[in-house]
Design a protein around this ligand. Sequence first.
Ligand code: ADP
Ligand code: MG
Length: 283
Amino acid sequence: MDNIIELKNVTFEYTEEDAVYAAVKDLNLNIKRGDFTVVLGHNGSGKSTLAKLLNGLNKPTHGDVLVDGINTRDEENEINIKRKVGMVFQNPDNQLVASIVEEDVAFGPENLGLAPDVIRSRVDDALKAVGMYEFKDSTPHRLSGGQKQRIAIAGIIAMEPECLVLDEPTAMLDPKGRAEIIETVLRLNKEKGITVVLITHYMEEAEKADRVIVMNDGVIIEDNTPKEVFKNVESLKKVGLDVPQTTELLYELSKNGFEINTNIISIEEAAKEIKNALHLEEN
Ligand code: ADP
Ligand code: MG
């Protein structure tokens, strides 16, 4: 099967007292195995609600979510589904449970009832995969935010999920921590083949994704490659999103009659494009 996750006409409603609010509306979405998907959207657009639908933490009010072909309504497969789709949340402090890094990472595999030597090797592999092996005997609360979040990711990786869903994992981190997380997640996707769904409101984090989905008011309004999505500067701004600064710069230049491509995100490519437009020699 090509798709690790399939959403079929999924609606999710919150009910508060007498009020019913649909946070996700009749959504159809397939997540392809091995893909790196970034989900963008302003606050309240339904991203977290969607994230929790992907591993059965939220059950659809209407419609179905299939994980590796298994319906998330199937209670007998609840653990199986949570193993296949691991979740990482915003606040690393809420996700760390033990006072020693390697014990923390071992927590998930222990709950799976794996043999001690298997647990040990999974913990070591997971810590290496996030670049935190040398901290295995450290105390998590002494680590930086980015390091703590990498430990939280290791704890999920140690359960060997097929898909990793990260809900604004960089929101509480400084720029260095954010870069660490994006680099780690990209590596897990490229080297270990883990499917990634990264929810973020930092446009720059979408640069290296295979696919960018933009949510607004519970529906998907854009679904394309990063370059194509960031071409639509005005429509992104309309739904409260900022485009990457490089894209914005090129867009402003193009608006002022400069003949230039605007579907560029990286600084290197932007520099090349500007040099070309100015007929400067490459060096
Ligand atoms: P995002 O993650 O994009 O900020 P959410 O999925 O958290 O969006 O929320 C989508 C909408 O659903 C928002 O309008 C929010 O107020 C509402 N919502 C979220 N959680 C609850 C809840 N537990 N009860 C009622 N409404 C909620
Ligand atoms: Mg959210």
